[in-house]
Write a protein that binds this ligand. Structure first.
Ligand SMILES: Cc1cc2nc3c(=O)[nH]c(=O)nc-3n(C[C@H](O)[C@H](O)[C@H](O)COP(=O)(O)O)c2cc1C
Length: 425
């Protein structure tokens, strides 16, 4: 039988992705004190480009230096680091793959250490570990500015040689905040009805499309749902997916969750349906309906670990691109090995990386504890990314607590460095 994972995927814009693996975005934390790319970041993408995925998505690159997802994010708001960006693009495509830049604005999910007055659609604070300040409600001018910033960053990424763009509309960041009735309480044209809540996403996508032209790949990452009562629902997702398809997207990546409900990492959340939880690729069950609605290529990310399931998902037409993130931190060449059929399954560490048993309290079902678990797990993967960027092999035996501590220390160091360089807002 034909190896479906090795087959190219044609996009509406005319570009093709050479195989069915997409490395999903992972924030690298490898920018310098001025938020520019570094040699370590370039080395990391050289490794991933050699790893065989048809598409590499960068970690979220910020469109505004004042508002980061974390210190260590690359920011792209002018052309001062163009030579480094060009090298990043060149090295990250040396395997013949696509390299798309994920662009994002954190909104209220901007840590206090970066900015003590983040922006948000409404004054709804993220209450998580005391790490996030009360946001300032965005004015019309702020919203217009954000649209222009996404557009400028996309143009600069294209100029640098990145071969596509992804707009981050998921995981509780700014665009996802606008989509959520829990966070967006506005009564102007940017809030209220779904049409109004989706206006920011659509304005950004249309504006970026106009700037990059019809032949340049444009994608969005969207939540299947926020998995919070009263939040962005799957029904909302179906409709927004259709609208984004009409606005000229080439690929829709589906994920789910926010900092408060970390479903993107499959940590047990009260709102996630049991059937979803039991499946290996936990957003796969949404694929058919989204496909029907959006009529554009679909990438599903979250939990894919076995080649059989990946092949079935592509063969059945449920999914066009298999999204992989965490496995590529410990096995950067997993796509190559899966395509050549030298492995049947990828590394699976996440199940052993939950602190729930004993440490934070065994039976706690609070979303706060689950989010702490998510950050503990992230520390493990952040550390593996740092090792890869230094040309070192993964350290899979690293305990989650040690990784978490290392991450906290590193995060503090990165923030201090930015502050010294005069970049803290
Ligand atoms: C270390 C780490 C960093 C991440 N950073 C981002 C990011 O910058 N943008 C994004 O959209 N998702 C991010 N994610 C989520 C992943 O893209 C992906 O949706 C999630 O890990 C589930 O896929 P997986 O089961 O293959 O890991 C991150 C995940 C991890 C583990």
């Amino acid at each position: 039988m034909k190896n479906s994972l090795a087959s190219p995927l044609n996009l509406p814009c005319g570009v093709f992705i050479p195989n069915r693996f997409g490395k999903s975005a992972m924030t690298e934390g490898l920018a310098d004190a001025n938020d520019n790319p570094t040699e370590a970041l370039i080395k990391l993408y050289r490794t991933w480009s050699d790893g065989g995925a048809g598409l590499l998505m960068t970690g979220n690159v910020m469109v505004d230096r004042r508002y980061l997802e974390r210190a260590g994010n690359v920011v792209l708001e002018d052309d001062q680091a163009m030579p480094l960006l060009q090298r990043w693009a060149r090295e990250g495509t040396r395997g013949g793959n696509q390299l798309w830049m994920q662009l994002s604005h954190p909104g209220r999910q901007c840590p206090r250490m970066v900015n003590s007055q983040p922006l948000a659609p409404s004054e709804v604070q993220l209450k998580l570990l005391g790490n996030f300040s009360k946001p300032r409600v965005m004015t019309e001018a702020d919203i217009e500015d954000v649209i222009q910033r996404f557009t400028l960053s996309a143009s600069l990424a294209k100029q640098a040689g990145f071969t596509g763009i992804q707009i981050h509309c998921a995981h509780g960041y700014l665009i996802s905040q606008f989509l959520s009735p829990l966070i967006n309480h506005r009564d102007d044209q940017w809030g209220g009805s779904l049409e109004n809540r989706a206006r920011l996403a659509r304005c950004i996508i249309r504006s970026v499309r106009e700037a990059v032209g019809p032949e340049f790949p444009l994608s969005a990452k969207l939540n299947s749902a926020d998995f919070q009562k009263g939040g962005f629902s799957f029904d909302d997702c179906i409709t927004v997916a259709r609208w984004l398809g009409e606005d000229g997207l080439d690929l829709l990546e589906i994920s789910g969750g926010t900092y408060e409900q970390a479903s993107m990492l499959d940590l047990d959340t009260a709102e996630v349906r049991e059937s979803t939880r039991q499946r290996e690729a936990y957003f796969l069950e949404y694929a058919n309906k989204i496909h029907e609605s959006a009529q554009i290529p679909l990438m599903i990310t979250g939990g894919f670990r076995n080649r059989d399931l990946m092949e079935n998902a592509v063969n059945s037409g449920e999914v066009d691109l298999i999204g992989l993130a965490r496995p590529l931190c410990t096995q950067p060449d997993a796509p190559k090995q899966l395509i050549s059929q030298s492995i049947d399954t990828v590394d699976l560490f996440e199940n052993g990386l939950v602190l729930g048993s004993g440490f934070w309290g065994n039976n706690s079902s609070s979303s706060m504890v689950k989010s702490i678990n998510a950050f503990g797990q992230l520390g493990f993967y952040y550390w593996q990314i740092i090792r890869l960027s230094n040309g070192l092999p993964a350290e899979p035996k690293l305990g989650v607590l040690k990784a978490f501590t290392r991450h906290m220390l590193n995060d503090f160091r990165l923030n201090q460095r930015r502050k010294k360089a005069g970049n803290k807002a």
